[in-house]
Design a protein around this ligand. Structure first.
Ligand code: NAD
Length: 545
């Protein structure tokens, strides 16, 4: 779906119609000539601002606000008024803005979604739309090329937020545009409302969704089937990214649709790629080979098994037999170490249920298994205790510690704790942002193992090549592409990822590797250009006006 990346043509539209369309509106930055041509005279104050001046004004206003939720609302209303300015601010100040439009603040925004709701964005498709979903999708005014869809059942680490989960697809698609330059017109956030099992929400006056318990079983599956079919009927070839579905649906839906529709699950696959990239960086510091790593996960859900699967693939690629590679990855869930003798294990955990005596808690598992790396994806805050971190430091010269759970309140440990309790030796990555830490005269700069390093580039690459499916190799090569962009000076300060302001460079590199993968495997619906990277870069939306 080719869209001119500077497309702001107004066609026959004039006057207030232009000012009220956020994709066209430039507010006080319309020049005198544009005001004349579009019938805007008298509808705007006389002084013409440059976009750079608008940015300064907006930032001053935003920074006067101290409450993160107020900042979210302010940014959101700019998004509703003037997308060019909104994305310019996101692109140029991504370090400051990403935590507001995405984790951690978006979690709070979802929890308060009903209270802060002003204007709808994206589509709400509910269970009563069965039989009519394609027609509902046709109400969307633009040609969607990428859809982020949630059913709201497992929003971040916050549980079932029902239709209030809409903040997530909206936030994620903002990052697709800001980080990878996918034109906002091509982005469609969707919430599938099948009810919520969150009793408090159903009783909440402000709740925006259906007040009924979740539909499950065949009725749910039929609804999803109709939805997936309808997306391809109305928006042929559109990429569908599954987001924040609960375990019992996430794995199934991914397997069911991944070969039929260009689709992926970011919680499983995007997380895997970003974590593997962090591990590659950590190993550049330790110098140890990947196949010698023993990785213990706290959490055994989508993130944990997704990351473990990709680590196993990478170990196999490095020559380790599959059975041995599997035994390098271990899971701990709320019942303790996942071992073969445990009854009633969920199917997605079985691959990592090895023969081993039980261990009831994480510290005992660390002591028993002696991992080189621990990865926290349990959504339970504070679980990498001082004892756990000290034990990791006792076992390893440079223990790898990734506390990836979001939002900040659910992080397994803070950056400060990770460095302090390992005598500054931890190779640390986090899910939510943490400030630099000073310890023994050294400054450590922890960086987020945030999926936003990966998914925007995957989406862009898939759109550019018209990829018919999204393959596991694409995530593997994305992890390599991301790790290659980490510099020696990043590593010296303990940063396992590139600085976030380089995100468009990162996304372009990932998009090129994804598109090349599609051309090579014969799953692209577009011809291979002479220079893939240049082709990718030429299609990135530029919010400057
Ligand atoms: P999930 O619900 O699929 O998995 C959570 C797992 O944690 C489950 O297996 C559950 O049994 C386990 N668990 C719950 N309580 C536990 C306890 N007390 N001890 C040990 N395990 C426990 O969720 P997910 O998609 O895997 O995400 C988990 C967390 O990781 C969330 O906070 C999410 O926001 C975060 N996450 C971060 C990133 C990132 O930063 N890149 C990416 C994806 C997910």
């Amino acid at each position: 779906m080719a869209i001119d990346n500077s497309d702001r043509r107004t066609g026959a539209r004039r006057g207030l119609d232009v000012l009220r369309d956020p994709l066209l509106n430039k507010g006080t930055a319309f020049t005198q000539e544009e005001r004349e041509a579009m019938g805007l005279r008298g509808l705007l104050p006389s002084h013409v601002l440059t976009q750079a001046e608008q940015v300064q004004r907006f930032l001053a206003k935003l920074r006067r606000l101290s409450d993160p939720l107020d900042k979210f609302v302010e940014l959101n209303s700019l998004h509703d008024r003037n997308e060019g300015l909104f994305f310019r601010i996101l692109c140029d100040h991504i370090d400051e803005m990403q935590p507001i439009v995405y984790t951690p603040v978006v979690g709070l925004a979802c929890q308060k979604f009903g209270q802060i709701f002003q204007r709808p964005r994206g589509m709400f498709i509910d269970i009563n739309d069965r039989g009519n979903i394609a027609n509902v999708l046709r109400n969307w005014p633009n040609p969607a090329a990428i859809i982020v869809v949630t059913d709201g059942e497992r929003i971040l680490g916050l549980g079932d937020l029902g239709a209030n989960g809409m903040g997530i697809p909206v936030g994620k698609l903002s990052l697709y545009t800001a980080c990878a330059g996918i034109h906002p017109k091509l982005c469609l956030p969707i919430t599938l409302d099948v009810g919520t099992n969150n009793d408090a929400l159903r009783d909440d006056l402000n709740y925006v969704g259906l007040r009924q318990r979740r539909v499950t079983g065949a009725e749910y599956d039929d609804f999803i089937e109709e939805f997936m079919t309808a997306t391809q009927e109305v928006f042929p070839g559109a990429l569908v990214q599954f987001e924040d579905f609960a375990n019992h649906n996430a794995f199934r839906l991914l397997e069911k649709y991944r070969d039929r529709v260009s689709s992926f699950n970011d919680d499983i696959q995007g997380t895997a790629a970003v974590a593997l990239a962090g591990l590659f960086s950590a190993l550049r510091i330790t110098g140890a080979p990947l196949i010698e790593q023993k990785v213990l996960f706290l959490g055994a859900g989508e993130a944990a098994t997704g990351i473990a699967d990709l680590i196993v693939s990478a170990m196999i690629a490095n020559g380790l037999p599959r059975e041995q590679a599997l035994r390098q990855c271990w899971l701990v869930d709320s019942q303790g170490l996942v071992v073969k003798s445990r009854a009633n294990l969920a199917s997605h955990k079985l691959t990592y249920a090895h023969e081993h005596p039980a261990a009831g808690d994480f510290l005992s598992a660390v002591k028993a298994l002696k991992p080189t790396a621990i990865i926290g994806v349990s959504a339970v805050g504070g679980t990498f205790t001082r004892d756990v971190l000290e034990e990791m430091a006792r076992l390893n010269k440079q223990p790898i510690v990734f506390a990836l759970s979001n939002p900040t309140s659910q992080a397994e440990c803070t950056a400060e704790e990770a460095y302090r309790h390992t005598g500054g030796r931890a190779l640390f990555a986090c899910g939510s942002p943490f400030d630099p830490v000073q310890l023994n005269g050294k400054t450590y700069v922890p960086r987020q193992g945030n999926n936003s390093y990966i998914f925007p580039g995957i989406g862009l690459g898939a759109i550019v090549a018209g990829a018919k499916t999204i393959t596991d190799d694409m995530f593997m090569s994305s992890a390599h592409a991301l790790a290659q962009l980490v510099t020696e000076s990043d590593l010296e300060q303990g940063s396992l990822y590139p600085a976030l302001p380089r995100i468009r460079e990162v996304s372009a590199a990932i998009a090129a590797t994804v598109a090349d993968n599609a051309y090579r495997r014969g799953i692209a619906s577009k011809p291979k250009p002479p220079d893939t990277l240049q082709d990718v870069q030429s299609q990135m939306y530029d919010p400057r006006y």
